[in-house]
Design a protein around this ligand. Sequence first.
Ligand SMILES: [Fe+2]
Length: 308
Amino acid sequence: MGLTPVHFFSHGSTRMLEAETEAGSYWHRCGQEALKHNVKGVIMMGAHWACKGDKIEVATNPNPDKSACPFVTPSLYTEWKCNPDIKTAERCIKMLSAEGFNVSANPTFDWIHDTYMILIRMFPDWRDCPPVTIISMNARYDPYYHVKVGATLRSLRKENYLLVGTGGAVHNLYRNHWTDMLLYRESLGQEHPPETWALEFRQAVEDAVTKNRGPALRKAMLRLMQHPAYRSAQATDDHWMPALFAAGAAGDWEDEKFSNILGAETWELVNMCNSQFTFGKYTTMEEDQITSRVIEHAPVAKAIQAGA
Ligand SMILES: [Fe+2]
């Protein structure tokens, strides 16, 4: 078994469930690819569930309901059935606990549209959807913490699990233009060009992802929180943490060999950029053979050794 890729999907508004968009088509293609590779399960961190204090939780509700998804035709999500993966949830709890996280099961959690909207687009027929594990964020929004959650679960990629972070690349609801949505259930009009801060941060995210690999990807994604346009692009940190989870899961030295791509993007509500990223790709065992790193001895060390 090789490695699976990791996705960071920007889920945008709820209209992304119903409207035909480039991003939605990309989610579908990623779903088809996952089915082709027989992924064992999907492990997701979404932007809409965070635990207080120092806690993190993993969903273990065997029969979850779905919270309402406004501005879309309800049958699009009410008729799609959730496929929760309790066994893998319990395994993730063990793995996270072993790494020192204060983690527990949440047996009553209902799914929210940040995750199920993506899953419905990936696997329109619910019978095709692989078992799904949902992991919460921590509401202190410590960036390093969320990278570590991804890094802790990274090894599951070698067992054919697909890890997905679902948040937003440029996602500031306070700076979106909502009139079309409220009047016409429409989010794609783009009557005005996006503002400069939105364009700048969108480009910074693309550059960070596509020009960095392995641990450098983690650093670059973390560093984006210090970008001058970060706070304009992310009014709150909740939609950025899943990006750090994804970078944690795809930012090992082993990941240096594989490129990270911007697969698609859809602008909504003038200033919201729904960029879709894939880190790495489906690989074979052979492609994963790592050339062992040769550590060069410094000349001084050699000299000391020779004189000893
Ligand atoms: Fe959201």
